[in-house]
Design a protein around this ligand. Structure first.
Ligand code: GLV
Ligand code: MN
Ligand code: MN
Length: 404
């Protein structure tokens, strides 16, 4: 068991522990096709090669590492290597490293698969660079159109099409990839848990039951840019004040609806000067709920409250939907079969989005969660103990053995 570990974590995580550290925010900032993420891609290619896997990158920038001949009805496992800004070490990489370790252990045991098997590393799962989460899986399945994807722009004004070229992809080839999708017989993603479910149950591993519906909306609040010293308080149309009240409205609306979640985690103040009343503020809303209808109802309530708050401050607001993902209920037969194969581990819902959730609309998909003793994620405090990570690898290995 200890052959998996180095420095108190999975050896693979230790190998990438220095890549993409964010000195300003803490944690890691590893964004698609930027230096740190490219370094992780190169690391993955080398690491997969070390255990004899054949690596290829698909038309959407997702990396596949095949154990044996690529083919239809493959058992595919994996996750992502990108992170949120200032994210933790486990969200994504744990699933990739566990996949490498599970296959290495099967190989070491002399196991020969009877169906194709691959590790899949998805591009831009967090949407931290281009704004749409699960970009690689959405493109592959057609949930996101190629034209829309190509036109996405990052914070530096670089389009996704331009970034793709720089990463060696042909943007003309982005989009639905039936060939890739048709090779997947079943997909299983191992992921660090992003809540307290396994802490409360006192167990290291669970299978996933469902994912909340969720979406992202860009709110542009427009007021009147002006001088901070020369403008009387009564004469202002300050979009910062309107945006602050809008954030409170977001909190009020979600707090009044049990189980729903709404967050404003990012703002862009234009022009952003200490002695300048802003002319506009962009704020990004992330809203989630159990069902699609409830999420839409929450959004409706938020936009009504935001409209009111913004108007009271002499400003206006435009709301644009940037992405939408309906709720996901993982195949109950697969979920129960996996739970039973792992000795009856619990099934847990999650409020976090995953590529497995996107794939679930097209192919049988499942997830494994590994306990996170802090219960915190999308933060440097995200964690999983070495013992629990090993339990995750063993669980994945066991599933692969039964599936292959
Ligand atoms: C991805 O981690 C998300 O849930 O936003
Ligand atoms: Mn995440
Ligand atoms: Mn993730």
């Amino acid at each position: 068991m200890s052959e998996l570990l180095a420095d108190g974590m999975l050896a693979g995580l230790d190998e990438i522990a220095g890549t993409g550290r964010d000195a300003r925010r803490g944690g890691y900032s590893r964004h698609v096709w930027q230096a740190a993420e490219l370094e992780l891609r190169a690391w993955f290619v080398e690491r997969a090669g070390r255990i004899g896997l054949d690596v290829e990158t698909d038309r959407n920038g997702n990396i596949w590492a095949w154990w044996g001949t690529p083919g239809p009805d493959a058992v595919v496992t994996g996750s992502h290597l990108d992170s949120v800004p200032g994210g933790g070490a486990y969200d994504g990489p744990l699933g990739v490293v566990s996949a490498l370790d599970a296959i290495a252990r099967l190989q070491a045991a002399g196991f020969t698969p009877s169906r194709p098997c691959a590790i899949l590393v998805f591009a831009e799962e967090e949407g931290s660079r281009f704004g749409i989460a699960c970009l690689g899986s959405r493109l592959m399945t057609g949930a996101l159109g190629a034209d829309r994807a190509r036109a996405l722009v990052d914070a530096d004004g670089v389009t996704l099409a331009e970034a793709a070229v720089r990463a060696g992809l042909d943007p003309a080839h982005l989009g639905t990839d039936r060939e890739a999708l048709e090779r997947i017989g079943l997909f299983v993603e191992l992921h660090v848990e992003q809540g307290r479910g396994l802490i409360d149950l006192g167990q290291p591993v669970a299978v996933a039951s469902s994912i909340l519906a969720h979406g992202r909306w860009r709110l542009t609040v427009t007021g009147q840019g002006n001088h901070a010293g020369a403008t009387l308080m009564a004469d202002r149309r300050d979009p910062m004040v309107a945006a602050a009240r809008a954030v409170l409205a977001v909190q009020d609306a979600a707090s009044a609806r049990p189980g729903t979640r709404a967050t404003v985690g990012r703002m862009n103040i234009v022009p952003g000067g200490t002695n300048v009343i802003a002319s506009s503020v962009q704020a990004w809303l992330d809203a989630r709920a159990e069902t699609d209808e409830e999420t839409r109802a929450l959004l409706g309530e938020i936009t009504a409250l935001v409209d009111e708050a913004v108007a009271e401050n002499g400003c206006s607001v435009a709301v644009v939907e940037e992405s939408w993902a309906g709720s996901v209920h993982f195949d109950p037969e697969l979920r129960d079969r996996f739970s039973a194969a792992l000795g009856g581990v619990p099934a847990l819902p999650t409020g976090a989005g995953h590529d497995a959730g996107v794939l679930a609309a097209s192919v049988p998909s499942a997830m494994l969660f590994v306990r996170n003793p802090t219960g915190i994620s999308h933060s440097p405090e995200e964690f999983a103990t070495a013992d629990d990570c090993v339990a995750g690898v063993e669980a994945l290995e066991k599933l692969l053995r039964t599936l292959l």
